[in-house]
Design a protein around this ligand. Structure first.
Ligand SMILES: [Zn+2]
Length: 442
């Protein structure tokens, strides 16, 4: 409730920086464990307060003590129309202050950036949404269709206490929602001074986390032993870790590459998309992971004493499948590990893919072009997963559209979960203008 220095009616682009800063100063670290995760309740209460100040009622739904999710509905002027869901998560991944140039929860402004854990993932978008809605409420603007706002917990640990909880237990809150926007899309990639691609997420890979179990004969570490669970597991893990899965082109990646080829004026060899992707610099990492299934070993566990051969050993593999490829990936993995290793899925969430067409896409593209005449909106596939996985289970068509104009030299993808995460202040304000235009017209 501070207003002493603020103008009587602050503009959304003025306010967004303060809102984002306030959110960054609330440590919402999600460790993946309820006992050590913090701050989501405080952040949700902050959002509720900012909405209440302008007359928007919001409900907070806790999935477990402290794991708070907030949902509110802004009624549209054309009640017969389907509703739009706008969602953002409030939690962040941990940050070690010793590794950062500024304290990750200080919300410092330096060199034209607002710094802090969550600055781009994704308190920036949370703040943009709040800024736009507050501005509307103060100036009497109403959207055409109902806009449902969801600020969620637990996205960074699989969304069980967040979006999945909401869609499981409170699906009525999303009545009428047919389309949604959230992270990770709408950000710019500079081609040159004049032209920027804006990557709108229309697809995301599936999550296929699995555990390998090897069994063997326990025994004494000093003896000849030909049935060692650790050896069997290590061989299987190494085979998976070194395997390159075949390239599979999806509609989304094909459309993305066609647009890139057009804008850059280059030919892309359909049999060798990797050469072209490698030239995309900072976004090559993201795009490169969307032309094939991937499987990265991440954890190993075996044994309890230096001279005892254990009877079992386990490994976790973080696999990500392309749309329609989850079964095929499972088949490929079984072939790689052989018949003696058991595969157990610990997370299996399907990939998503929608088309880059229709009114909503047209409104996104128009809003971007209105604020940046050099904007070229393109569809792309995210290699990671988001809350869209949960919302799509309600039949909602999900897009990643959290608009940001970025400086050409910023390694944006490196900032996600990275050290010195920060958002450019002018990019944040650009995002507010685009979001405002988009939400007014869609
Ligand atoms: Zn995120």
């Amino acid at each position: 409730m501070t207003s002493d220095a603020a103008p009587a009616r602050p503009d959304a682009t003025d306010e967004v920086v303060d809102l984002c800063r306030d959110l960054l100063r609330i440590d919402t670290t999600n460790t993946g464990d309820n006992d050590t995760s913090v701050g989501e309740r405080r952040a949700a209460e902050y959002v509720a307060e900012k909405l209440a100040e302008v007359g928007v009622d919001a409900e907070i739904h806790e999935s477990a003590p402290g794991r708070a999710n907030l949902v509110a509905r802004i009624p549209g002027t054309e009640p017969g129309r389907d509703a739009l869901l706008v969602h953002g998560h409030l939690d962040v991944v941990p940050a070690d202050p010793d590794e950062w140039s500024v304290h990750p929860f200080s919300g410092e402004i330096r060199d034209g950036y607002l710094w802090g854990r969550g600055a781009i993932d994704m308190k920036d978008f949370d703040a943009m949404v709040l800024a736009v809605v507050r501005d509307w409420q103060r100036t009497g603007v109403r959207p055409r269709r109902d806009v449902v706002l969801a600020f969620t917990a637990d996205e960074e640990a699989g969304s069980d206490y967040g979006a999945h909880f909401l869609t499981r237990r409170h699906r009525d809150l999303f009545d009428g929602c047919t389309e949604a926007i959230g992270e990770v899309g709408g950000f710019s990639y500079s081609v040159d001074e004049q032209r920027r691609l804006y990557l709108i997420e229309t697809a995301e890979k599936g999550i296929d986390w699995l555990r390998l179990h090897a069994r063997g004969r326990p025994g004494h570490g000093s003896m000849v032993h030909d049935d060692n669970a650790v050896t069997a597991l290590a061989e299987a893990v190494a085979r998976i870790g070194r395997h390159r899965f075949p390239v599979v082109m999806t509609d989304t990646v094909r459309a993305f590459l066609a647009e890139v080829a057009d804008v850059l004026g280059i030919e892309i060899d359909p049999d060798d998309p990797e050469t072209a992707i490698a030239k995309l610099g900072p976004i090559a990492n993201i795009i490169g992971a969307t032309i094939r299934n991937t499987a990265n070993p991440t954890r190993l566990a075996a044994g309890y004493k230096d001279n005892v051969i254990p009877g079992r050993a386990t490994a976790t593999i973080d696999c990500r499948s392309l749309p329609g490829q989850s079964e095929e990936l499972e088949r490929q993995l079984r072939e790689l590990v052989g018949p003696d290793i058991a595969i157990e899925y610990v997370q299996r969430q399907p990939a998503l893919e929608t088309t880059f067409d229709g009114d909503l896409v047209a409104r996104m593209s128009e809003a971007l072009r209105a604020e940046d005449p050099g904007a070229h909106p393109v569809p792309y596939m995210l290699s990671g997963g988001t809350d869209a996985k949960a919302f799509s289970q309600l039949g909602i068509r999900c897009f990643g559209f959290a608009p940001l104009r970025l400086p050409a030299d910023l390694n944006f993808s490196g900032l996600f979960h990275g050290i010195d995460e920060r958002v450019p202040l002018d990019g944040l304000q650009f995002g507010v203008r685009v979001l405002d235009r988009f939400l007014r017209t869609c």
